[in-house]
Design a binder for this molecule. Structure first.
Ligand SMILES: Cc1cc2nc3c(=O)[nH]c(=O)nc-3n(C[C@H](O)[C@H](O)[C@H](O)COP(=O)(O)OP(=O)(O)OC[C@H]3O[C@@H](n4cnc5c(N)ncnc54)[C@H](O)[C@@H]3O)c2cc1C
Length: 444
């Protein structure tokens, strides 16, 4: 028999998947969840604590999405609205697996949804990868977005050419940021330290390497189109099959057509983006700092000189102590949103977002994924499969967490940070000036 007290759910991670899960759980003030907006699934009060390791919420919306994509960041207003629903609580600056354990959460809450994203990086695994001037997109993106883990990094942008390995949307974001003028970047929420470094940048050419031809390129049409909006920038395509594909009369497909149009339209410019296809990196070259990259293009080896090399070949999930982990896929193994260990569901543990599916898909893809986890959770609740023993009341959880981490942040704290950042920005006609170190954030 289900008792009347609220179902208490913790969601670990306040990125899109965590926030969509919170939204599904708190669809009505009574905590009712509607299947497809029609069928009532559970009518029971629910309270949700969204826990994040950072003092600020929204995951990659703040720390990943490109600073010049301010329109996409507006999605955060939906998450803010969810955060204001009765029963919601944000608890930031708590790292699950370090400050609090998976087994503690399992006893404090009736159920836990893990929505921790992919906080690691895939590596090139080629010689020279560790040289100064060679880094992952994860690090570079985190740096220009002012993510506290990477704010202390420095990048030497006093070089003519940067090479990006990988031609997905993240590579396109980085190329744009490297080549946009300071006036344009000023209008974005790029971290001030990155703006300063880019002000002094001498990069005039960005070469983007893709393993296969343009037909199989990982970028999407809108990101490609945006390259065409770069001022005074030529777009050049290199690589045998790419040129054949582009010049073929049978060349069709949105990306190919866009690429052909871009190259035709933007033949000259003080800056260049070279989309080099059918090319793989073999080794990063240099003594202590990168001076180039050795590549293989259709069986022929070649060297490209550069002073900055960024590997944009994907993010990767990292294991959370106390939970099973699929080391090959870099995900938490699951079935229909339930965490699975050796083929069996782990009672009261669910998973959503990139850590469930791997680092693929846009913001919206996480909505359905979060819904699956919530459906599984509420089904288990209805069938009395959740232990519901030893669950702590909301205030007791907070007291325990504060005991373990005195600097835990709340949604009100985040709103204060948000206000301060916007006010700082307005002094310089910028949308916001991000606070980028943990110290600064916690001080506010
Ligand atoms: C560089 C980049 C640019 C992108 N640009 C776009 C774009 O323009 N448009 C688009 O639609 N999609 C974009 N995406 C994809 C989009 O960001 C993802 O689909 C989405 O963020 C995945 O959501 P998530 O909730 O699974 O993970 P995340 O957004 O990564 O959220 C995970 C959260 O979990 C927290 N966390 C991690 N570990 C712990 C822990 N141990 N304890 C507590 N909290 C923890 C993290 O701090 C984070 O807040 C981009 C992705 C990247 C990497």
């Amino acid at each position: 028999m289900l008792d009347a007290r609220p179902l208490r759910v913790a969601i670990v991670g306040s990125g899109p998947s965590g926030m969509y899960a919170a939204g599904h759980l708190l669809e009505s003030p009574a905590g009712t969840f509607f299947e497809h907006g029609l069928t009532k699934r559970v009518r029971h009060p629910i309270s949700v604590d969204v826990i994040d390791r950072l003092p600020t919420p929204w995951g990659l919306i703040r720390g990943g999405v490109a600073p010049d994509h301010l329109d996409k960041k507006k999605i955060a207003s939906i998450y803010e609205a969810i955060a204001r629903r009765p029963g919601f609580r944000f608890i930031g600056n708590i790292q699950v697996g370090a400050d609090v354990s998976v087994s503690e959460l399992a006893t404090w809450y009736d159920a836990v949804i893990y929505a921790i994203g992919c906080d690691g990086e895939r590596r090139l695994s080629i010689p020279g990868e560790g040289l100064a001037g060679s880094c992952s997109a994860h690090r570079f993106v985190g740096w220009y977005n002012g993510q506290p883990d990477f704010s202390h990094q420095t990048f030497d942008l006093q070089t003519d050419r940067a090479v990006i390995v990988g031609n997905g949307n993240v590579a396109m974001d980085i190329a744009r940021i490297l080549l946009k003028s300071v006036d344009e970047l000023q209008k974005t929420d790029i971290a001030s330290h990155a703006l300063k470094a880019l002000e002094k940048s001498t990069i005039r050419e960005v070469v983007i390497l893709g393993r296969r031809g343009p037909k199989d390129a990982a970028f999407n049409f809108p990101e490609l189109e945006e390259l065409g909006e770069l001022h005074d920038t030529a777009i050049v395509v290199e690589g045998g099959s790419a040129l054949t594909q582009l010049s073929s009369n049978h060349c069709n497909g949105t990306n190919l057509e866009t690429l052909r149009a871009l190259c035709a339209r933007q033949r000259t410019g003080r800056r260049r983006i070279v989309l080099r296809f059918d090319t793989s990196p073999l080794a990063v070259l240099g003594g202590s700092h990168v001076t180039g990259v050795r590549v293989a293009s259709e069986g022929v080896e070649d060297e490209i000189k550069c002073g900055l090399l960024i590997a944009a070949i994907g993010y990767r999930g990292t294991a959370l102590p106390g939970l099973p982990f699929d080391d090959i896929r870099g995900t938490i193994p699951s079935h229909e949103g339930r965490v699975i260990d050796s083929g069996k569901p782990v009672t009261g543990a669910y998973v959503a977002g990139w850590i469930r599916r791997g680092p693929r898909g846009i913001i919206g893809s996480n909505k359905k994924c979060a819904r699956d986890a919530v459906m599984a959770l509420l089904t288990d609740f209805e069938l009395d499969r959740l232990p519901r023993l030893g669950t702590l009341a909301g205030d007791d959880v907070l007291a325990r967490l504060r005991q373990q981490v005195p600097g835990a942040t709340s949604f009100d704290h985040w709103k204060r940070i948000d206000q301060v950042e916007r006010a700082l920005g307005s002094n310089f006609a910028r949308p916001r000036i991000k606070l980028t170190s943990l110290d600064e954030l916690l001080k506010v």
